[in-house]
Each structure stands twice: as structure tokens, then as C-alpha cells.
Design a binder for this molecule. Structure first.
Ligand code: ZN
Length: 428
């Protein structure tokens, strides 16, 4: 465990002297994969790394201490949710996100672009990962009103909490994220889906570029204004959906962009990602982006996708899937995914995964988990989330070690050979 010693050493009294850097320690020959360290004012992140999501400044049902114990190096929260509740000014007063939620390590915030658009437009919370379905620019989930309107200046949206009207612009997103105080922030982008038409993808990409310049300018202004605060790194977000020319143009333009003497500290690969083409799309982008800056693959966290992301040069990942499916009794194991509420586990006194070193697997049985899920006991969410987050965090840690040891291909073949065996249900 890397406990709260980390807290004592740094104790939230950082100046701008402790800033942000990325060191590559090993680059794989024959692929884009690399091993490195992202240094932030709240501590280092050894990469590749999976970053669990605590959307509203909490990983649902799990204490921060337990997240640290299970190996999480950092957490990612969401600017949109924290802006609406409790308000980013509250986090500023509290001393920033990490201190507010008692998390003794680095934090990320998503810019709010995806949430404003996905919640506002009424999409399901999961972006479709299939380009073969219909394409319309005004698609709205069934029975929902359009709650967000995009223009060249920003997005006007209705709160999903109380229906109040709000407006996010690149400047507002930067102000909100500076108040929240995460170590790594993302530029405000227009997040499209695979359903949008090609002309709309082009329009959204041009808009995202114009917004990137405004984010850099406002970020520079706020960094200077908020002197004495720990440096917050800003990542640009690469859009372009499934189109090679658009993805490469976005990576070229944002990779070399400098405004107000400020360039991006790293990059997020965002927007619609066609699962069947994930590796191809990510490699288009990562072949173009500056090698010496970290790359975060937004919203990707299924085991088989993490291998694709790592071997194509992504350094960090986040996804709500591990905790969201845990609350529905679905767990990852080396043999695939299954549901603990299934009656076949009623008298199964083995751990969820006999090879897992997590708190849940070392203390509880499948039969107990089955019982607490059937009884709708709150502890079911806690224990299943601890297992799933540990499974994914450890898997990416193992990929990092395999890259160092030079046996990534073998480790991947071994894992995927077993993981899909029996279950066949490894995808979402
Ligand atoms: Zn476990």
C-alpha cells in the first residue's frame, strides 16, 4: 500500500515549482507501446496505467483508502457533475479535488464536453462503438428532449439534475477545472458520435480546434492568476471519429498548437471510437502526436481494448465500466465475465477469482457475494467494485511489467486465450 505517507510528504502545499513532466523509460520496438512516469504535483503515475473513475469525487461505494490499497495510482472525476453539484467553487474552497475527497494522489478531470453533449442530447451514457448503424446529426435517445445546443461559442444545456439552464464555453470549462484543481485537465471539445455525418464531424473538429486555442489562452491566464496553486496540466482532445484524414489532421494540428506561449501537456484521444477499428484509429493518432507527451484514451476500459490501447501507444485509460457493471453483479475473472447473482453460485465457496489478490477475493466467497447481491445488500457493490477495479488496475500493471520484461505479446496471448474461454462475453 502507498498510503497516506504520500499525503504527509506533499501535504497539498505545492508551488508551481512542482509541476508536470513525463519521462519515457522504455519504448517497445516494433510497436508504439511505451513505459513511463507522469509526474504531477500530487505524485507520480507509472504508465501504462488504468485510472478508475470517481465521477462525483467518489468511486461509488468504495473508500479512497481501499482504492489506494487495490493499486489505483490516480482517480478521474468529472467537471460537469462537480460544476452542477456541489459547485466547483466549493472544491476550490476545500483546497481542490484530491483534498476534498481525501484522495492522497493525482487526479484528472474530464472537461465536461462529453457529458454536456451526451447527457444533454439524451444519449445513453455509453457512446455507441459501432459505425454500421444509422447516421443522423440530430439523433436523440427515445422519449428524451434535446437538452443541449452547440454553437461556435459553446454549449447551452439543461441540467439533468434540476432542469436549470447553463452554458459551457472553453473559458468556463477552464475556470471550472481550475477551481476543481485536478492535476490533469482536458480541453473542452465537441464530442461527436459515430452517428454524425462526415460533414458534421468536420465542423465539430474545426470547432474543437478553435476551442483548443481558447482553452490554452484561458489556461495560461488562470495559471498566472492563481499563483501559488499546484500546476495543472492541460491535455488537448483529439477528435475525428473513424476517419483517418480527420484523426491525423486533429493530431497534427493540436500536437503542434501553441497559443499564448502555451502548448498542451498531453493529449486525450476522444470521441467516437469504432471498436472494430480501435487499434487502427489510435495508431493513426499516436504516430502523429509528439512522442514525448502522455496520451490518454478516454472512456476505454474493457480488458481486450486495453491491450489494443497499450500496444498502440496510449499511456493512461479511464472507464466507468469496472464499477458500473460491478453494481449489477457482473465481475471480471481470468476466465471471462459472469454475474454473481446467477443461482449456480449459491453454494460456490470459492473466491470470485482464485488467482485474484484483492480484498474481496481473499476474504469472501462467490456464495456470500451471491447472497448479498440477491439480498440487495449495500456491501455487494463495495466488494464487487473492489474486485473489478483491482482486476483492471492489475491487468494494466501487468502489461507495464510485460513491456519492461519484453514479453508483452506472450502475456497478451495468454490472457486473451483464457479470458474469452468459457464466457465468450467479454464485450460490452
Ligand atoms: Zn478479486
Amino acid at each position: 500500500m502507498m498510503p497516506c505517507g504520500l499525503l504527509k510528504n506533499h501535504e497539498f502545499r505545492f508551488g508551481n515549482a512542482l509541476s508536470f513532466s513525463f519521462d519515457i523509460k522504455h519504448a517497445e520496438s516494433g510497436s508504439l507501446a511505451r513505459v513511463g512516469t507522469i509526474n504531477t504535483p500530487h505524485g507520480p503515475i507509472q504508465t501504462p496505467a488504468f485510472i478508475p473513475v470517481g465521477t462525483k469525487a467518489t468511486v461509488k461505494s468504495v473508500l479512497p483508502e481501499a482504492m489506494k490499497d487495490l493499486g489505483s495510482q490516480a482517480l478521474l472525476s468529472n467537471a460537469y457533475h462537480l460544476y452542477l453539484q456541489p459547485g466547483s467553487d466549493v472544491l476550490d474552497e476545500a483546497g481542490g479535488l484530491a483534498k476534498f475527497m481525501n484522495w492522497p494522489g493525482p487526479t484528472f478531470t474530464d472537461s465536461g464536453g462529453f457529458q454536456v453533449l451526451s447527457l444533454g442530447v439524451g444519449f445513453k451514457k455509453v457512446l455507441a462503438m459501432d459505425a454500421q448503424t444509422f447516421r443522423r446529426d440530430d439523433v436523440i435517445a427515445g422519449n428524451k428532449d434535446r437538452l443541449a445546443h452547440v454553437d461556435d461559442e459553446g454549449v447551452t444545456f439543461k441540467s439533468h439534475l434540476d432542469g436549470s439552464m447553463h452554458r459551457f464555453t472553453p473559458e468556463v470549462s477552464m475556470q471550472v477545472q481550475h477551481q476543481i484543481g485536478a492535476d490533469i485537465m482536458f480541453a473542452f471539445d465537441e464530442c461527436t458520435t459515430l452517428h454524425n455525418t462526415r460533414p458534421y464531424q468536420e465542423l465539430a473538429m474545426d470547432r474543437t480546434y478553435a476551442w483548443a486555442i481558447r482553452c490554452l489562452d484561458e489556461h495560461k491566464r488562470l495559471t498566472e492568476e492563481r499563483i501559488g496553486k499546484p500546476y495543472q496540466a492541460l491535455f488537448g482532445v483529439i477528435q475525428g471519429a473513424q476517419y483517418e484524414d480527420l484523426r491525423k489532421k486533429a493530431a497534427t494540428d493540436l500536437g503542434s498548437l501553441e497559443s499564448s506561449g502555451q502548448s498542451f501537456d498531453g493529449f486525450g484521444i476522444g470521441g467516437a471510437l469504432d471498436k472494430g477499428q480501435l487499434g487502427t484509429i489510435v495508431s493513426w493518432v499516436n504516430e502523429v502526436l509528439p512522442e514525448d507527451k502522455p496520451r490518454h484514451l478516454l472512456g476505454i476500459g474493457a480488458p481486450e481494448d486495453l491491450f489494443v490501447g497499450v500496444e498502440n501507444g496510449c499511456d493512461t485509460f479511464d472507464c466507468v465500466l469496472a464499477s458500473r457493471i460491478a453494481r449489477t453483479s457482473a465481475v471480471y475473472t481470468m476466465e471471462g465475465r459472469f454475474n454473481l447473482s446467477n443461482s449456480r453460485f449459491k453454494r460456490d465457496f470459492k473466491p470470485i477469482d482464485s488467482q485474484c489478490d484483492c480484498y474481496t477475493c481473499t476474504h469472501y466467497t462467490r456464495a456470500y457475494m451471491h447472497h448479498v447481491f440477491r439480498g440487495k445488500e449495500i456491501i455487494s457493490a463495495t466488494l464487487a467494485t473492489i474486485h473489478n477495479e483491482r482486476f483492471i488496475v492489475r491487468l494494466v500493471d501487468q502489461m507495464r511489467q510485460a513491456l519492461i520484461d519484453g514479453n508483452f505479446a506472450d502475456m497478451k496471448a495468454d490472457f486473451l486465450g483464457r479470458y474469452t474461454h468459457r464466457s465468450g462475453q467479454s464485450r460490452d
